[in-house]
Design a protein around this ligand. Structure first.
Ligand code: S3P
Length: 433
């Protein structure tokens, strides 16, 4: 891992945030573009691919599995090898910090005819993998974990179909099961607890797969599909990256910003709904597309009301919950966020990290087992100016935004962690200041 960098964060901007930005490509879609391109026949071309550490972990892993992939800037060309054309890697595959790469690749490699070992960094090696290995085992997969964690060895096997009710609301688990089900002997059905991001389903359809979500929104049928076909696609801007600037512009008085070509898949736009409920000012102009919905967002600062959010709201805002906490910390009342226990098993325990770091800024935040209670009426007062990203990109970025709201200088240890999903985050923020 890179040495920790300490960065002095920018404080209160005079006159707010202004300008127009194109945020980098969507992380979830970039990962899936490489994976589906790799197992398709023919060429896949991705533009506006996210060149962050996590997506580069996926790209390198598939190169190691024998897939010719070339990248020039944010343009990626994949010469697909087909569902049966991957080759064993002589070395373990290094997943870096990427949970998405790890879980999806487990599903895909469970049905191949070779063995693979996956390793990862310290943070990833603490994250739960049984949520994927156990349901895959029901399909006949042989996956050896290390006490439920990485390193993991996948012994590729012929897989049976499954009819499985997911135990966590997780798009990573769902997607791993879909990639395994593609290789099963019969059609499979997967039932989600709540609808989660559906990029795998949409993209698989675009690549020629047969997958169907029932009218209930949670029952998914996957047909075995030996042949997928390469596609050309532009990756939409990442809503989860745009979310930092949406929050900043909402909170810093006098701001007006525009974010161009942001992905607006409704399984990802929970933050926009929450912000609207809080009285935020966001206007959206959508553009016609034949794939993932995209649009331009204009955000202005606003006085915010407190909010209550619970279990059903969580999947569409899972990665933006640190930002919801920040919005709540400036709202004119008490907000309650519950049903978010999944935050404890992200890149760090995000509930604990947010509570620890927000308390340094004097924010009135109380930890719950599955969320937090925040009183936004209490004025902030910095009690400890040394903030810490906890080796977590999204914690680092939310603290970069929080710093815009304090009068005294603060520093951030672990600022380099933003490279996991948004290497140019601080440069892009500077463009709006
Ligand atoms: C992702 C799913 C979510 C999300 C992660 C990306 C994906 O994780 O937090 O950043 O690309 O499928 P879970 O599925 O574990 O909730």
């Amino acid at each position: 891992m890179e040495a920790h960098q300490m960065k002095t964060l920018k404080g209160k901007p005079t006159g707010g945030l202004h300008g127009t930005l194109v945020v980098p490509g969507d992380k979830s879609i970039s990962h899936r573009g490489i994976m589906l391109g790799a197992i398709s026949e023919g060429t896949t071309k991705l533009s506006h691919f996210l060149t962050s550490a996590d997506c580069l972990s996926t790209l390198a892993a598939f190169q190691q599995l024998g897939v010719p992939i070339e990248r020039v800037g944010t343009n990626v060309t994949i010469q697909g090898v087909g569902l049966h054309g991957l080759h064993a890697s002589g070395q373990p595959l290094d997943m870096g910090n990427s949970g998405t790469t790890t879980r999806l690749i487990m599903g895909l490699l469970a049905g191949q005819n070779f063995d693979t070992t996956l390793i990862g960094d310290q943070s990833l090696s603490k994250r739960p993998m049984r949520r994927v290995s156990e349901p895959l085992a029901r399909m006949g997969a042989t996956i050896e974990t290390t006490d439920g964690h990485l390193p993991v060895t996948i012994k590729g096997r012929r897989l049976r179909a499954t009819h499985y009710q997911l135990k966590v609301a997780s798009a990573q688990v769902k997607s791993a099961m879909i990639l395994a089900a593609l290789q099963a002997t019969e059609p499979s059905t997967l039932t989600e607890l709540l609808p989660t991001r559906d990029h795998t389903e949409r993209m698989l359809t675009a690549f020629g797969g047969q997958i169907n979500t029932a009218a209930d929104g949670v029952t998914i049928t996957v047909q075995p599909q030996p042949h997928l076909f390469g596609q050309t696609m532009t990756v939409p801007g990442d809503m989860s990256s745009a979310a930092f600037f949406i929050t900043a512009a909402s909170l810093v008085p006098g701001s007006t910003i525009t974010l161009k070509d942001v992905g607006l898949n409704k399984t990802r736009t929970g933050l926009l709904d929450i912000l609207r409920r809080m009285g935020g000012k966001v206007t959206i102009s959508t553009e016609p597309t034949n794939g993932e919905p995209i649009g331009d967002l204009t955000v202005q600062s606003a006085d915010l009301k407190p909010i209550e959010i619970g279990k059903d709201d969580i999947p569409a805002v899972i990665d933006e919950l640190p930002l919801v906490a920040l919005l709540a910390a400036k709202a004119n009342g008490v907000s309650r966020i519950t049903g978010a226990e999944e935050l404890r098993v992200k890149e760090t325990d995000r509930i604990s990290a947010i509570v620890t770091e927000f308390k340094k800024l004097g924010i009135a935040i109380e930890e719950l087992p599955d969320g937090f209670v925040i009183d936004g009426r209490k004025p902030w007062r910095v009690t400890d100016p040394n903030l810490d990203a906890h080796d977590d990109h999204r914690i680092g970025m939310v603290l970069g935004i929080a710093a815009l709201l304090v009068d005294t200088p603060v520093t951030l240890t672990g600022a380099e962690s933003v490279g996991i999903s948004y290497p140019a985050f601080f440069d892009d923020l500077d463009k709006l200041l």
